[in-house]
Design a protein around this ligand. Structure first.
Ligand SMILES: Cc1cc2nc3c(=O)[nH]c(=O)nc-3n(C[C@H](O)[C@H](O)[C@H](O)COP(=O)(O)OP(=O)(O)OC[C@H]3O[C@@H](n4cnc5c(N)ncnc54)[C@H](O)[C@@H]3O)c2cc1C
Length: 638
C-alpha cells in the first residue's frame, strides 16, 4: 500500500489562501503571467485619449492571450472574480471595460436571449471583440432612479422592428463608454417598450453604436471629457429613431409579442420587468467588488513595502522605520485586517449567489453587503495609505492615488452604496428576510481578547437599534410617508452600515474557526479583534448609552487596539507575503529599494547634455544595461 503524504501548507500559504478567499486556479496563475506582458508595463504622461486607446489594446490582448469567452466566464465565479481583481490591480480602466463587456453587456444577452440562434453572430462578434460591448442604462436625469428612464423602444408591427428614440434631453444615456473613435461598439440599451402606444415596461435591446470607422446612423455621442486617472471614453449618447430588428429585443422567455402585435408577459409588473432587465447588475456587484479588492490589496502591499524601508527619527534612537510607530501600525494593520474580511465576504457572497435562486433576498443582500463593505473599506483604507506614504503617495508611478480614484468608481457604480444601504435598512425595518440578532447571553465581564464577545456587542447594538427604529416607525406611522421616512433615514443608514460590517466580521470569525495552522490562526485572530475593536470604538457612545459597556471600556478598547497593532509588527513580512502579489506586477518606485529606484532616475546625464529632458531620458533608459553602469555614474559624481 502506498501512502500519499500531502505536505502541510505553511502559515504563509494559509494566510495567502485567506487573503485570496478562493482557490488558486490554473486560470488565475496564467492570468498573472499574462499581466507581465510588456503591453501592461506602466506608461507615464499619456494623454487621456492615448491611455484610453491603450486600455482597449490591453483588453483585446487579454482576450487573445487568455482565450476569454463569455460563456466560460459567466459559469465560473473563480475565473470572473480573479479576472476583475488582478486586472484592477494593473489597470482599473481595463477592469471597467471588461466588466461592462462581459458581465453587463454579454451577460444580459445570455440571460435574456439564451439559445436564440439569431443572436449567435452578435455574440460571436462580441466574444472575438471585433466589437466591444457597452451597457446603456443610466440617463442624464435618471441615475439611482433609473427605473423611471425615458428612452423609448416603439414597436412597429408592420416591419416587426423597434424604433429606439431619445424623446428629450433628460433621457440621453449618461456616461456609457461609447466615445472612442476607432473602437466598434455594440450596446445593450435599456429602453421603455411601447406596444400600440402603451408602455409595457423596461427591456434591454441590442443597438449597434459605432463601427470601427464611424458612428451608426441615428446615434449621437458627445464625449464627457476627463475623469482624473480614469481613461474611459465615457460619453453622452442619444438615439434619433434608430431601427433595430425584432430579434434585438431581449424580452427573455417570459415576454412575447405575437403575430398580431399583442404583448404578453409572465412577469406580472413593470417593476419586476425592470429588475429582470437589470439582473446582471447583481453579478456586477461581485465583479467590481473583486476589482475593489485588487485595488485595496495592491495599495496596502505597496504601503507596507515602503513602510518597512522608510526611516525616521525616534526619541532616544538614531532612526527607526516608520512602521515602528503605533500611529502607522494601527491604520495599516487595521487596513490589512479589513482586506482579509473583504476577501472572505466576497467569497461568501459569490458562493451564496451561485447556490441560490436569482430572487433569493438573503443572497441578494449578501451581494450588496460584499459590494458596500469592500468598496467603502477600500476607499477609506486606500486614502489612509496615501497619507501614510507622504509625498510618495501623490505620484501616479506609486499607483496608490490611482487606486483611490478607481475605488470611488466602485462605490458609485452597480448600485450606489448609499442607496443599497437605504434599501437594506428598509428591508431590515419591515423584517423582509431579516430577523434581528438574538439577545446576547454574555454574562461574563467584557473580554476584549475574545472575538465572540466583541461580535456579541456588535450584534446587540444592531438588535437594539433595529428594535428602537421599528418603534419610531410605528409612532410616526401617521405622518406623511416621505416626511416619516426622511426623519428616520440617517439612523436607517447607520443601522444598515452596522449590519454590513457586523456580517463581514461574522464571516471572518467563521473562517477563523476553521483555521488549523497555529501561527496563521493567531495572526488572523489578532487581525479580527483589531477590526472588531475599531467598530466598537466607532460606536462607543452608543454602546455606553445602551448600557452594553461601561465608562472604563473606552480606555481599554483604545489600549487594546494599540497593543494589538504593535503585536502585528512582528508579522509584517508574513502579512506582506499573504498578498501574494509579485513585486514585478507592482512596478512602483516604492515597491522595493525606493532609494535605488529614484537614484537610477536621477543619475547624471551623459556628457554634453543637461537639464530636465535629459533626466527624463535617463529615467526612460534606466532599465537598459548598455547605458552607463551605475558604478561609473557614482564615481563621476564625486
Ligand atoms: C465608473 C462608472 C462606470 C459607469 N458605467 C456605466 C455604464 O456603463 N452604463 C450605465 O448605464 N451607467 C454607468 N454608470 C453610471 C452609474 O450607473 C450611476 O452613476 C449610478 O447609477 C448612480 O447614478 P448617479 O451617478 O446619477 O447618482 P444620483 O442618482 O444623481 O445620486 C447622487 C447622490 O444622491 C444620492 N441619492 C440619490 N437618490 C437618493 C435617494 N432616493 N435617497 C437618498 N439619497 C439619494 C446618492 O446616494 C448620491 O450620493 C457608471 C458609473 C461609474 C461611476
Amino acid at each position: 500500500v502506498t501512502h500519499l503524504v500531502l505536505a502541510k501548507p505553511s502559515s504563509s500559504d494559509v494566510l495567502a489562501d485567506a487573503m485570496r478567499g478562493r482557490r488558486l486556479t490554473a486560470f488565475e496563475q496564467r492570468l498573472i503571467q499574462v499581466l507581465h506582458d510588456p503591453i501592461f508595463q506602466r506608461e507615464d504622461d499619456l494623454r487621456t485619449s492615448e491611455a484610453c486607446a491603450l486600455a482597449y489594446r490591453r483588453v483585446r490582448h487579454l482576450r487573445d492571450r487568455l482565450d476569454l469567452d463569455a460563456r466560460t466566464l459567466m459559469g465560473d465565479f473563480d475565473r470572473l472574480l480573479a479576472l476583475h481583481e488582478w486586472v484592477a490591480l494593473v489597470d482599473g480602466t481595463v477592469m471597467t471595460v471588461l466588466t461592462i463587456h462581459y458581465n453587463l453587456c454579454m451577460g444580459t444577452i445570455f440571460n435574456h436571449g439564451e439559445g436564440r440562434a439569431e443572436l449567435r453572430p452578435l455574440l460571436n462578434e462580441l466574444d472575438s471583440m471585433q466589437s466591444v460591448g457597452v451597457f446603456l442604462a443610466t440617463e442624464l436625469a435618471y441615475g439611482n432612479n433609473v427605473q423611471a428612464l425615458e428612452t423609448e423602444a416603439l414597436y412597429d408591427h408592420e416591419t416587426r422592428e423597434f424604433v429606439i428614440n431619445t424623446p428629450r434631453p433628460e433621457a440621453q444615456k449618461f456616461m456609457p463608454n461609447t466615445g472612442a473613435e476607432g473602437v466598434a461598439k455594440l450596446g445593450v440599451v435599456l429602453a421603455r417598450l411601447k406596444v400600440r402606444n402603451r408602455s409595457v415596461g423596461v427591456f434591454p435591446f441590442i443597438v449597434r453604436i459605432r463601427t470601427a470607422h464611424a458612428l451608426c446612423p441615428g446615434v449621437g455621442v458627445a464625449p464627457l471629457g476627463d475623469k482624473p486617472d480614469y481613461a474611459l471614453d465615457n460619453a453622452i449618447t442619444f438615439f434619433d429613431h434608430v431601427r433595430v430588428p425584432f430579434h434585438h429585443w431581449l424580452g427573455g422567455a417570459e415576454s412575447q409579442i405575437d403575430e398580431h402585435g399583442q404583448f404578453t408577459s409572465r412577469i406580472a409588473s413593470g417593476g419586476r420587468r425592470f429588475l429582470s432587465a437589470m439582473e446582471r447588475v447583481q453579478t456586477g456587484k461581485l465583479c467590481i467588488a473583486a476589482g475593489g479588492l485588487g485595488l485595496l490589496k495592491s495599495s496596502l502591499d505597496l504601503t507596507l513595502r515602503y513602510a518597512l524601508q522608510r526611516r525616521t527619527f525616534g526619541p532616544g534612537r538614531r532612526d527607526v522605520s516608520v512602521l515602528q510607530y503605533r500611529t502607522y501600525q494601527r491604520p495599516l494593520f487595521e487596513g490589512i485586517a479589513a482586506a482579509f474580511a473583504c476577501a472572505l465576504v466576497l467569497q461568501r457572497a459569490a458562493l451564496d449567489h451561485a447556490t441560490s435562486a436569482p430572487s433569493d433576498l438573503r443572497a441578494l443582500r449578501m451581494l450588496a453587503i460584499a459590494k458596500i463593505f469592500i468598496s467603502s473599506r477600500s476607499m477609506e483604507v486606500i486614502a489612509q495609505c496615501r497619507e501614510r506614504l507622504g509625498a510618495q503617495g501623490l505620484f501616479s508611478a506609486n499607483r496608490v492615488i490611482t487606486c483611490w480614484i478607481h475605488s470611488n468608481g466602485v462605490v458609485t457604480a452597480e448600485g450606489d452604496n448609499e442607496i443599497l444601504l437605504l434599501r437594506m435598512a428598509r428591508e431590515m425595518l419591515v423584517g423582509s428576510a431579516y430577523e434581528p440578532p438574538a439577545a446576547s447571553e454574555w454574562a461574563a465581564p467584557p473580554l476584549l481578547e475574545s472575538p465572540d464577545y466583541l461580535l456579541s456587542l456588535l450584534r446587540e447594538r444592531e438588535r437594539k437599534l433595529v428594535l428602537e427604529l421599528r418603534g419610531v416607525m410605528r409612532t410616526r406611522g401617521q405622518s406623511a410617508m416621505f416626511d416619516a421616512w426622511n426623519e428616520l433615514v440617517c439612523d436607517a443608514v447607520e443601522l444598515a452600515t452596522l449590519h454590513v460590517r457586523r456580517t463581514a466580521l461574522e464571516v471572518f470569525n467563521e473562517y477563523l474557526n476553521g483555521v488549523e495552522d497555529v501561527t496563521a490562526r493567531d495572526v488572523l485572530n489578532r487581525l479580527l479583534r483589531l477590526l472588531c475593536l475599531k467598530e466598537i470604538a466607532g460606536s462607543m457612545s452608543n454602546l455606553m448609552a445602551q448600557g452594553l459597556v461601561d465608562l472604563t471600556c473606552d480606555r481599554r478598547v483604545a489600549s487594546e487596539r494599540s497593543a494589538l497593532a504593535g503585536s502585528l509588527l512582528a508579522d509584517a513580512e508574513l502579512l506582506r507575503d499573504a498578498f501574494a502579489i509579485p513585486e514585478t506586477l507592482l512596478e512602483a518606485p516604492i515597491a522595493k529599494d525606493y532609494i535605488g529606484s529614484y537614484d537610477r532616475m536621477s543619475s547624471p546625464p551623459p556628457a554634453r547634455e543637461s537639464g530636465f529632458a535629459v533626466r527624463a531620458l535617463a529615467s526612460l533608459s534606466a532599465a537598459e544595461p548598455e547605458l552607463e553602469p551605475e558604478s561609473a555614474v557614482k564615481a563621476s559624481r564625486g
